[in-house]
Design a protein around this ligand. Structure first.
Ligand code: GLU
Length: 500
C-alpha cells in the first residue's frame, strides 16, 4: 500500500450544511493528499433521497471553495473515476452486487420484517449472544430463490460473511488495531428491496473503484468498518488504510452542537472569519504539528500534515482560541492584503463602496491601504470594519452621536477648539494634506489655547467623526480629505454653543 500513490476522498452527504466536524475531515483529507503528493477526491454521498438536496450540495461546494480545499477529482472538475455523485452510480452498485451474487458471495433474502423480529425475540429468549440475522435464506436452493423472485416476492440482497472468518482486525492509523468479532457481523444487507444500495455497500464499491488508499473520516464510522472490510474482501479489492478521527466536543464536554454556538462553515464565513485562520484552527482540533506551534499556515499544513500526529482523544472546540488565531492572521496581513481580502469586500457588502471592490481598490489603493493600516489593529472579525469606516462615507450627512456631542461639543471651550483647528488646518494645502502635517498642525493648539489635550481632541474628533470612538485622528482626517474636514468643523460649530 505504501508505495501506491495516495488517493483520498471526502464524501459528505448533502443532508445539511457543511459542519465544522465535516470541514475538519475535509481538511485532513486535503492536507494528507497534498503532503503526500496524492489526489484529493470530493464525492457527494447523496443516496438518501429524502434528506439530500441539490441546494445542500451547492452549499457544501461553496464552503469547500471558501475553505480553499481544492479537489482534484469530483463535482465540477470531473476526473477519470466519475461520476462523483452516488445517485449517478446506481448501475455500478447493481453490477457489483450482481457479480457477488453470481459468485455466491451474496444471496437474496425473503425474510419479512415480522419474521426478522420474531427471530430476534427468540434469540433474546434463549439468551443467544448473537441476536442478528439468523442466516435463514443463506443456503436456499437457487432454483427456489429464482422462483420466488419470479413470483414477485420482495427480497433484499445480503452478503455472505464466511463462516470461518476470524476476527476482523482494523489497523487504524489513529486508534491502532481495533478487533471486531466476525461472528457478530451478521450477513448484512447490501441492497434493499426497493433496489437501492446500503451505505456500507455503496461506499465500498466507490472507494474500491476509485482506488482510495486511505479513508480518513469521523470515528462515528469506526463501527461500520468491519462490515466494509467484508465487502472489500468479497469484491476482491485491497482494503485501504483507515484513520478514524475523534469527535469534536463543545466546551462543556458534550458533542458540539448549536447550543454551543455556530456549527456550520457558512456561519463562520458570514461572521467574518478569515478562511486561512479558520482552516488553521480546525486543523489543530485533533492534530498537532509539534505540540506547541499554533500558527500553521496552509502551505505548512499541506506539506507537514501526517496521520501520526492525529490524536484519538476527542477535541474541544475553543471559541477563544479561534478568535486568537483569527487575530494573529489579521495582524500578519499587509495593509494591502487586509484592504483587498477583508476591508473592500465588507465595505462593498455594506453598500459603502458601490463599485466592484477590485476596481475600487485599483483606483484608490493608497486611500484603502491607509484605512487598512488604522483599522487592522482594531479588528478581530471582518464586519467590524464597516462601523469603524462609516464616518468616512457619510459626506455632509454625518450623523452625530448624541452622547458624544454632549460630552465633547456642548462645552464652553469647544467653539474655541474647533475654530482654532479650522484655522490651523486651512494652512495646509491640498498637496500637503497628510496625517503627519495634520498632527503637527493640531498638536500645538491645546497648549496655546490652554485647553486640556483630551478635551481638545475630543471636540475635534466628534466634529469630524460624529463619535468619540474613532480611529487615530490624523489618518482619519487625511482619509476624509481637506475639504470635508474643514466643512465638518464648520458644520459642528452650532453644536458647540449649546453648552456655552
Ligand atoms: N457520507 C458519509 C458521511 O457523511 C461518508 C462516510 C465515509 O466517509 O465513509 O458520514
Amino acid at each position: 500500500m505504501a508505495d501506491k500513490p495516495v488517493r483520498v476522498r471526502f464524501a459528505p452527504s448533502p443532508t445539511g450544511k457543511l459542519h465544522v466536524g465535516g470541514a475538519r475531515t475535509a481538511i485532513y483529507n486535503w492536507a494528507f493528499a497534498r503532503a503526500n503528493g496524492g489526489t484529493f477526491i470530493l464525492r457527494i454521498d447523496d443516496t438518501d433521497p429524502t434528506r439530500s438536496t441539490d441546494e445542500n450540495t451547492q452549499i457544501i461546494l461553496r464552503a469547500m471553495r471558501w475553505l480553499g480545499l481544492d479537489w482534484d477529482e469530483g463535482p465540477e472538475v470531473g476526473g477519470d473515476f466519475g461520476p462523483y455523485a452516488q445517485t449517478e452510480r446506481l448501475d455500478l452498485y447493481k453490477q457489483a452486487a450482481q457479480r457477488l451474487w453470481d459468485e455466491g458471495k451474496a444471496y437474496p433474502c425473503f425474510c419479512t420484517p415480522e419474521k426478522l423480529a420474531a427471530d430476534r425475540a427468540a434469540a433474546q429468549e434463549r439468551k443467544d449472544p448473537f441476536q442478528g440475522y439468523q442466516r435463514t435464506c443463506r443456503d436456499m436452493d437457487p432454483a427456489e430463490a429464482q422462483r420466488r423472485i419470479d413470483a414477485g416476492e420482495p427480497y433484499v440482497l445480503r452478503i455472505k460473511v464466511p463462516l470461518d472468518r476470524s476476527d476482523v482486525i482494523v489497523h487504524d492509523a489513529v486508534h491502532g488495531d481495533v478487533t471486531f468479532n466476525a461472528r457478530e457481523l451478521d450477513d448484512f444487507i447490501i441492497f434493499r428491496s426497493d433496489g437501492t444500495p446500503t451505505y456500507n455497500f455503496a461506499t465500498v464499491v466507490d472507494d474500491a473503484m476509485m482506488g482510495i488508499t486511505h479513508i480518513i473520516r469521523g470515528d462515528d464510522h469506526l463501527s461500520n468498518t468491519p462490515r466494509q472490510v467484508m465487502v472489500y474482501e468479497a469484491l476482491g479489492a485491497p482494503t485501504p488504510t483507515f484513520a478514524h478521527i475523534s469527535m469534536i466536543l463543545g466546551p462543556d464536554g458534550k458533542k458540539l452542537s448549536k447550543r454551543h454556538g455556530a456549527t456550520s462553515v457558512e456561519e463562520y464565513r458570514e461572521q467574518g472569519y478569515d478562511a486561512d485562520a479558520f482552516v488553521n484552527y480546525l486543523a489543530l482540533l485533533g492534530w498537532a504539528l509539534d505540540g506547541e506551534t499554533t500558527i500553521v499556515p496552509r502551505d505548512v499544513l499541506a506539506s507537514r500534515f501526517s496521520l501520526d500526529h492525529v490524536s484519538k482523544n476527542p477535541a474541544t472546540f475553543d471559541f477563544k482560541k479561534l478568535d486568537w488565531i483569527q487575530g494573529q492572521y489579521l495582524q500578519a496581513m499587509s495593509d494591502s492584503e487586509f484592504a483587498q481580502r477583508l476591508l473592500l469586500p465588507q465595505l462593498h457588502q455594506a453598500g459603502l463602496v458601490k463599485d466592484d471592490p477590485e476596481a475600487a481598490y485599483m483606483v484608490s489603493s493608497h486611500w484603502f491601504d491607509l484605512l487598512a493600516s488604522i483599522l487592522k489593529p482594531r479588528t478581530t472579525l471582518a464586519p467590524e470594519v464597516v462601523e469603524k469606516s462609516r464616518f468616512l462615507f457619510a459626506g455632509e450627512g454625518l450623523e452625530f452621536d448624541e452622547k458624544s456631542v454632549e460630552k465633547n461639543l456642548a462645552k464652553d471651550y469647544a467653539a474655541t477648539a474647533l475654530a482654532a483647528a479650522c484655522e490651523a488646518l486651512e494652512q495646509i494645502g491640498e498637496d500637503e494634506w497628510t496625517s503627519a502635517a495634520i498632527d503637527a498642525a493640531l498638536e500645538v493648539l491645546p497648549e496655546r489655547l490652554e485647553i486640556n489635550k483630551r478635551k481638545f481632541y475630543g471636540a475635534v474628533r466628534v466634529a469630524e467623526c460624529g463619535n468619540q470612538v474613532s480611529p487615530p485622528l490624523g489618518e482619519s482626517l487625511e482619509l476624509l480629505g481637506r475639504n470635508m474636514t474643514l466643512a465638518r468643523l464648520e458644520r459642528a460649530m452650532p453644536l458647540c454653543s449649546q453648552g456655552a
